[in-house]
Design a protein around this ligand. Structure first.
Ligand code: ADP
Ligand code: MG
Length: 143
């Protein structure tokens, strides 16, 4: 393993931009261009927002964010111990949201998939959700 970091935060809405900035700062050691940096930060932001809003709908819980750089990969894990996802296939579908009344767009996972090379979802109802985002470092635009 080349480099790694871990961050644990309570699921306050105001911590979303903090988490996004921290992972972006860690990613910046790869010297990405602004476009790649913004894509990575936006994908992280969608996953962290989901943990805050969907993982812990009625309470404040812990969100763990891990990032690592190894081989040709930049990997981020966003982990909550919240309510979990009943139907992962359905959750991944563009425009699907379990909270239409909150004017959610249902495009969070589509954005993650569009901006990252791999998106993995592991989830168990009542136990929580782990999202893994991977970006191939070789695919980053050379500066
Ligand atoms: P949106 O957030 O706009 O609803 P997303 O594509 O981001 O759309 O997520 C789709 C659905 O997946 C959510 O509506 C929610 O039901 C479920 N989901 C996503 N992340 C989590 C999570 N961390 N915990 C529980 N459910 C989640
Ligand atoms: Mg979302």
């Amino acid at each position: 393993m080349e480099n790694y970091m871990e961050l644990i935060i309570p699921s306050y809405s105001k911590n979303e931009s903090f988490a996004r900035a921290v992972v972006g700062a860690f990613f910046s050691q790869l010297d990405p261009d602004l476009n790649d940096l913004n894509e990575l930060k936006t994908a992280v932001s969608e996953a962290v927002t989901n943990a805050i809003i969907h993982g812990y709908p009625d309470s404040i819980g812990e969100i763990k964010i891990k990032a690592k750089i190894y081989d040709d990969v930049f990997e981020v894990n966003i982990i909550d111990q919240g309510v979990g996802i009943e139907d992962i296939e359905q959750a991944r579908e563009p425009l699907y949201t379990s909270k239409p009344e909150m004017e959610r767009s249902g495009l969070g996972f589509s954005v993650m998939e569009g901006f990252m090379d791999e998106v993995e979802i592991i989830s168990k109802v009542g136990a929580g959700t782990q999202i893994t985002l991977r970006k191939k470092i070789n695919n980053l635009k050379a500066k």
